[in-house]
Design a protein around this ligand. Sequence first.
Ligand code: ADP
Ligand code: ZN
Length: 294
Amino acid sequence: MTALFGGIEAGGTKFVCAVGTGPDNIRAETRFPTTTPKESIGRAIEFFRKQDEITAVGIASFGPIDPDPTSATFGHITSTPKPGWANIDLAGAIQRALGVPVGFDTDVNGSALGEWRWGAAQGLDNFIYLTIGTGVGGGGMVNGRLMHGLIHPEMGHIPLPHREGDGYNGRCPYHSDCLEGMASGPAIGERWGKPAQELPPDHPAWELEAHYLAIALHSFICALSPQRIIMGGGVMEQFHLFPLIRQKVQKRLNGYIHSPAILQEIDNYIMPPALGNMAGICGAIELARRATSR
Ligand code: ADP
Ligand code: ZN
């Protein structure tokens, strides 16, 4: 009998829970809105108790989180501005209720891991996964290991030069006009007075969005030298953003980074997740598998 794993993609908007072994074998799945920790974690536990026995659970969570297994607050959501969710022991609650090992990482490292195992990052040791959604976040691998560090990267909160004539102040509660403050889905909505998904493809919003994302990618490429950049999240459902971003990145780098990946094959360098919106939940399942072999 092959071992079954549980995965939780804990988002600020919704929770996705699944049981299976990978993208081709999801035995059961449920999704529900993220409400209070008690209710949301309770629903996840209830779901797993009704399924066939699982060997471990992996959690890919919104954050900031503590992903350091040697820390006293490992498994906690830490300083999040999301009401009610600061200092919540998410992994501990799941571990105590289900009695199995629990893997825990950021939502973006989860998606990165899913893409590494089954998707667009297979065989790569250095790559990044960015999500442009309610927030902006980035994770990935350096030298074959998921990126951690002091805490974990916060690529959505890098500073960004304002484009001349852009009067929007940004909406990050900590930095106003960081990348997330300027380019998240809600920032697009607030700036243009309409939800991002309702803006037509020829709206000036998208050229400006691509401009800010290309600046961020310029920084990430120079700082981390990723072999590929995978971009997901609701905003990147606007697939016409991809060619705009690729063009602007090439233009900004100006031939400096001497790699065919950027100079000639940028369509395969900056790309959407191969697993689509399944990257996160599949990565959570892979986190569970890793937790059993730790
Ligand atoms: P979350 O980040 O909460 O997990 P999403 O990645 O779906 O969820 O991001 C939601 C944000 O993305 C919202 O701000 C929404 O306006 C925006 N969004 C969702 N779908 C689209 C779309 N098709 N086109 C543009 N923006 C979208
Ligand atoms: Zn910020």
